[in-house]
Design a binder for this molecule. Structure first.
Ligand SMILES: [Zn+2]
Length: 399
């Protein structure tokens, strides 16, 4: 009798383990399959200014940094907006515009070396074609209106070089648009909050040319002025949710509602300091007064002269890193507030000094799909979040 019981229990246990094994195997297959079948678009990566400009070849796997062609393939990425960024002091004597064209040249060099693996898209048809041919589709995102040097002809020139979006400001304001940093932290430094008449002209010209108006980094006043001016859906290429992590670079509920009304999309920035308020708070404490201006820019944080300080900060902040699940909370928040049509992925890989646990580099994208499935998102919803929503905004903007 006793022996039979043991046998039955043993059988039950074995069945349970086998079922669990099959469930996990099916589950892992299904998220990978869904991820591979979906179009994945990342609207912000800083590899041009953080590595390629200095001649680093990312054709093959490199040890440092977050991205290269091999790892993008592994992560299932289809479309990448490459951020063209320059600081408020230009690298070249000739100015910001020259900085921008040098970065675009470094991207063109990578494409010339790897024509089978990556292509530049100039319009929506190119994007679709690149995806069909399983190439990484490259687009340019200009990060900061200062690079057009107050000259509409330069806007047109940069469009011809492939610009797909332009953030109206970076952390620095222009004479025609105020930034989030200046509106919140240095209000006395700006003559006028929001867009000037010239700023409105720039937004209209962007609409005509087919450059997406990107409102990441802009101040709230500029945000509302631009959304009222733009005839096309806008983008926030790398911003997260203010209500979860109240830092000046994140967006408030009313802004999220305004983007939904406009038909635009907010792409979640993975930077630990924009995901988790505890991390942001500690970072502020460590950086002192400078920390009030949390920077999603390695170039600023990784100043060679401050190497010791950087190492100390990194060691202190390491245990405070948020998790991948906390990043997905930001996606959840927007979906709950306005629905699943207005959120996307804008990692800021290679532009940030800390990333959530589980999102260490571009090979981690499939884990986002896995987490969304685990939370009960439908396949249709997941496809929209991974890239469908940004594709809609591109189609509405590009000629
Ligand atoms: Zn940025």
């Amino acid at each position: 009798m006793r022996l039979t019981f043991i046998k039955i229990d043993h059988m039950r246990f074995t069945c349970f383990v086998l079922l669990l094994f099959f469930y996990q195997a099916i589950n892992s297959q299904s998220y990978k399959k869904l991820h591979d079948k979906s179009v994945l678009v990342d609207t912000h990566n800083d590899i041009l200014s953080s590595a390629m400009l200095e001649g680093k070849d990312i054709s093959h796997r490199i040890k440092e940094g977050h991205s290269d062609l091999d790892r993008w393939k592994e992560g299932g990425l289809d479309v990448q907006f490459f951020s063209v960024w320059t600081d408020k002091v230009s690298r070249n004597k000739e100015g910001f515009f020259k900085d921008a064209t040098q970065e675009i040249d470094s991207l063109n060099l990578l494409i010339r070396k790897n024509p089978e693996r990556i292509m530049m898209a100039r319009n929506y048809k190119d994007v679709k074609e690149g995806i069909r041919h399983k190439k990484l589709v490259a687009l340019i995102g200009l990060e900061g209106g200062h690079m057009i040097e107050n000259d509409p002809a330069k806007l047109e020139d940069i469009f011809k070089q492939g610009a797909g979006y332009m953030t109206l400001t970076w952390n620095n304001s222009t004479s025609w648009a105020s930034s989030a940093m200046d509106e919140t932290l240095h209000p006395d430094s700006i003559k006028q909050k929001g867009l000037t008449d010239f700023g409105r002209q720039i937004v209209r010209r962007m609409n005509e040319l087919g450059i997406i108006v990107d409102l990441s980094h802009t101040g709230e006043q500029t945000f509302y002025d631009a959304i009222a001016t733009s005839s096309k859906p806008v983008l926030l290429s790398h911003s997260s949710v203010w209500n979860i992590c109240p830092v000046f670079r994140n967006v408030k509920d009313d802004q999220i509602r305004a983007v939904a009304k406009n038909g635009g999309v907010i792409c979640i920035n993975f930077y630990s300091g924009f995901i988790d308020s505890n991390f942001a708070k500690r970072m502020n404490e460590l950086e002192g007064t400078r920390g009030k201006a949390i920077k999603d820019s390695l170039q600023q944080f990784y100043d060679a002269a401050k190497l010791n300080e950087r190492q100390r900060f990194s060691a202190e902040l390491e245990p405070l890193r948020p998790t991948l699940s906390q990043m997905v909370d930001h996606i959840d928040y927007i979906v709950t507030l306005v629905g699943d049509d207005y959120v996307g992925i804008g990692s800021d890989f290679d532009g940030v000094s800390s990333l959530p646990i589980g999102l260490d580099d571009v090979t981690a994208y499939p884990k986002i799909t896995e987490e969304l499935l685990r939370r009960g998102y439908s396949k249709n919803s997941i496809r929209k979040i991974l890239g469908g929503n940004v594709m809609r905004v591109m189609r509405a903007n590009f000629r």
